[in-house]
Ligand binder design. Structure first.
Ligand code: ATP
Length: 374
């Protein structure tokens, strides 16, 4: 296919005392040309290693990487048509923004007039025209990262790899540059891999998002699918803020009804599951599962007679305001620790006792042993 395909790619490093460090484990991934794939995962999960393998800066220990149906084994980095943007920008401090942008073309002996044209084009695209004469030390963090992006784009790479390019910026600037990256990708096209540890950034930028944990690919899906149908308990807990409530417990059947008994909850007070879920999960009867419930599905007040839900008494332990998104309530709900995200909080104070309803019709379930979604 046109794009990048990784087949069973693994990368082991040799760590201290000769110990093997598996950075990437049997990874299968296909990224289409024109796609912006966000790669997200916690620190040390192998994100940078994945990019370095594609760039040719590391060699796979096993498996193969293809670009446009061509095996990349033995193809040196410079011949891969891949651009790289680093977290730090890695600009030359003694060169102006113009010269930093132009350097790669100069080294490749591109004609002066062509260099001039391409620098003007890329600086217009990234709003850099007013600062072209300045050195990196005289640029803001955001301008420096735009120069770093421009320096990669000016070579017109077939594939652009961005390794946490926004990590060093403050929150408003990060959000602004995130929008610019999305716009530039829309305008230029091309296959981009954008690495971040920030799930919100990944969800807002990626056409699809790949979630990595401990070197293993957990799920690749469009942002909405990842949020609504997490493949396993890791993705469920990592994607979404505030994170999904993950409640270990047991599925049991009583009087023809399926129930969930939370391990931490009040004994003898299991939650009744709506019929639709019960049929999906019924073969897990008597087994340990993890029930997942997004904070927005823990709602204030009692369930109406017609709606599916379990009503619990809860002690409000902490109220975390979330600005326009309302607030996050940390609750002790009959012995079960839960987080609720609510839009109306005027009346809720820490120490108060409230009633909440668990929208169990929106619950997820994961196998207690494997963590896979049921
Ligand atoms: P971060 O978000 O912190 O940058 P990451 O997800 O990019 O992390 P990698 O830098 O790819 O993770 O590292 C993956 C694993 O491989 C880590 O355990 C790391 O310590 C290890 N590792 C990476 N490079 C080397 C190396 N050259 N030698 C030994 N171990 C390495």
């Amino acid at each position: 296919m046109a794009g990048i395909v990784l087949e069973n790619v693994s990368k082991d490093f040799v760590g201290p005392h000769g110990r093997t460090v598996p950075a990437i484990r049997s990874l299968n991934l296909a990224v289409a040309s024109g796609e912006l794939l966000a790669v997200v995962g916690p620190s040390g999960c192998g994100k940078t290693t994945l990019l370095r393998l594609i760039a040719g800066l590391e060699t796979p220990s096993a498996g193969r990487i293809q670009m446009d149906d061509r095996d990349l084994a033995g193809v040196p980095p410079a011949a891969r048509g891949v651009g790289f943007v680093f977290q730090s920008g890695a600009l030359y401090p003694h060169l102006s923004a113009f010269e930093n942008l132009a350097l790669g073309l100069r080294l490749r002996r591109v004609a002066r007039a062509e260099i001039e044209t391409r620098v003007r084009e890329v600086s217009a695209l990234l709003g850099l025209a007013p600062v072209l004469g300045r050195r990196p030390g005289e640029l803001s963090g955001g301008e420096r990262q735009r120069v770093a992006l421009g320096r990669a784009l000016i070579n017109r790479p077939r594939v652009l790899l961005l390794d946490e390019p926004l990590a060093a910026l403050d929150a408003p600037l990060r959000a602004q540059l995130r929008r610019e990256i999305a716009r530039v990708h829309r305008e230029l096209g091309g296959l981009w891999l954008h690495v971040t540890h920030d799930q919100a950034e990944a969800l807002s930028l990626g056409d699809r998002v790949a979630v990595l944990c401990a070197g293993a690919l957990q799920q690749v899906a469009p942002p909405r699918e990842l949020y609504e149908q997490p493949a396993n308990v890791f993705v469920a807990g990592f994607i979404g803020s505030p994170p999904m409530n993950l409640i270990p417990g047991t599925l049991t059947s009583r009087d023809g009804q399926w129930q969930f008994a939370a391990a931490e909850g009040r004994p003898g007070r299991p939650w009744t599951l709506p019929g639709t879920l019960a049929t999906r999960w019924a073969d897990r009867g008597g087994r340990t599962i993890t029930l997942g419930l997004r904070p927005e599905h823990v709602v204030l007040g009692s369930a109406g007679a017609e709606s599916a839900g379990e009503t619990l008494n809860a002690l409000v332990e902490l109220v975390e305001p979330l600005g326009a998104d309302g607030a996050c309530l940390h609750l002790d709900a009959e012995g079960c620790r839960l987080v609720a995200q609510v839009t109306c909080v005027t009346a809720v104070r820490p120490g108060e006792r409230i009633t909440v309803t668990l929208r169990l019709d929106r619950a997820h379930a994961f196998d207690g042993a494997t963590g896979q979604a049921l």
